[in-house]
Design a protein around this ligand. Structure first.
Ligand SMILES: Nc1ncnc2c1ncn2[C@@H]1O[C@H](COP(=O)(O)OP(=O)(O)OP(=O)(O)O)[C@@H](O)[C@H]1O
Ligand SMILES: [Mg+2]
Length: 401
């Protein structure tokens, strides 16, 4: 093989890959291009790119070129099969005998496809393998160290771009979700304000008359129980309406310089009675190094009280809440409220910030919607992670400005 010509072809393809990778923002398109070019550069039968799914610990097919459907139909490859040798994430693995290589999961199907040799090129970031490009060759060949190095260089670039595109896609999803949320909130807010005002007056009337009527009943009066139900249910309606008004008012924050730890401590004090009654321990993990922040202390206190109440309700009885403050790597202040409660299922994660979404019998479902509004009015963000049966963490980040 003429090494000089080879290099020129390699560099041409390398340039193509890099240029196209930088002009594409969808991961699928980038990966399709990588397998196509990797296959072309080695005059291979085809190539397959698998990405590691951290949840299943399996390498799943993300892009394929030149490989028959039959072979593709084979399932994912387990992480154990690929990552069993030390250093395998930093060098190209040549498989010359596909029948006896432990990392070849489907040798018969590969043979039937006309494959006689394979090259496994790791996709690694910071010494961690995130995927693998497997190149299928129609005959056994020898590769020079330079050729293998070259493949590794392409793979390194590819891994970096995969990470960049993933980050970008995550941010974009997060942004669209936020935009949709804000839109939903503002239209709901307008509607809610109108309805709440209309309902508030008749409710006050019902409350007034039913309370004065119950006072006039004597013990054992057949109306007593019914009146009490009217009072209880009207109180519930009034709470919902008040929450609605609060939500729709969405007042702009009156910001002053505050110590975030003070606000968090005050919020904890407000729920302490409840936590003691329910045998819930509150762990304080406040950072001493937080700079003062410009914020509306009443509004932020309301956020933390809401989060703490949700945590208490998720635990029910006996458990722990940990409140942590600190600074993110992007120099924002954060407050994390973690609980050992029942957790939130994956399919509900998107919905919990929606106004009126509740899983509680007497909840209004406005707590988190209000938190979301307040935090966003401060230019901050609120994120949640949760594990069913283990607990939930809400993280509020606030910028210093
Ligand atoms: N820490 C948590 N652990 C588990 N689930 C939670 C937690 N926080 C919120 N949730 C879920 O999100 C839903 C919405 O919460 P949100 O605070 O908006 O309303 P709510 O608590 O149901 O009602 P309200 O706040 O009006 O009492 C809850 O009903 C619950 O299902
Ligand atoms: Mg709540």
């Amino acid at each position: 093989m003429n090494v000089a010509t080879d290099y020129r072809a390699f560099f041409q393809i390398f340039r193509d890959i890099i240029r196209t990778m930088h002009s594409h923002d969808h991961l699928d398109e980038v990966l399709d291009l990588v397998v196509q070019k990797a296959s072309e550069v080695l005059h291979a039968k085809g190539a397959l790119l698998r990405l590691l799914n951290p949840e299943t610990d399996q390498f799943e097919v993300a892009a394929a070129h030149g490989i028959g459907e039959n072979y593709l139909k084979k399932g994912p490859v387990s992480k154990k099969k690929i990552l069993f040798e030390p250093g395998c994430q930093s060098r190209v693995h040549e498989i010359t005998d596909i029948w006896s290589a432990p990392r070849v999961e489907y040798p018969q199907q590969a043979w039937d496809e006309g494959v006689r040799m394979m090259l496994d090129v790791p996709l690694s970031i910071r010494a961690k393998m995130i995927g693998l490009i497997r190149i299928y060759l129609p005959e056994k060949r020898e590769h020079s160290d330079d050729q293998l190095d070259f493949l590794l260089t392409v793979a390194e670039q590819c891994a970096c771009i995969i990470e960049r595109v993933r980050l970008y896609e995550n941010q974009r999803t997060h942004y669209f979700h936020m935009a949709a949320q804000l839109e939903k909130m503002s239209s709901l807010g307008r509607m809610a304000a109108g309805i709440a005002h209309e309902i508030n007056n008749p409710l006050t009337g019902i409350m007034l008359f039913s309370t004065s009527m119950i006072k006039k009943t004597t013990k054992g009066d057949p109306f007593e129980e019914g009146l009490q139900i009217i009072i209880d249910e009207t109180t519930r309606c009034k709470n919902i309406v008040e929450g609605l008004l609060e939500f729709s008012r969405n007042p702009s924050p009156e910001k002053k310089i505050h110590d975030l730890n003070d606000i968090v401590t005050k919020a904890i004090k407000l729920v302490e009675n409840e936590t003691q009654l329910r045998y819930i321990k509150i762990n304080h993990a406040m950072s001493e190094d937080l700079n003062p922040l410009l914020l509306d202390s009443n509004q932020l206190e309301q956020v933390f009280v809401n989060l703490l109440y949700n945590a208490i309700q998720a635990i029910g009885e006996k458990g722990e809440i940990t409140v942590k403050t600190g600074e993110t790597p992007l120099h924002q202040a954060f407050v994390a409220v973690s609980d050992t409660g029942n957790g939130i299922s994956k399919d509900l994660m998107e919905t919990i910030f929606d106004p009126f979404f509740t899983t509680k019998q007497d909840g209004t479902g406005l707590g988190l919607a209000i938190c979301h509004n307040i935090v966003h009015n401060h230019g901050g963000d609120i994120q949640v992670t949760s594990k069913i049966g283990k607990g939930t963490t809400f993280v509020v980040t606030l910028p210093y400005n």
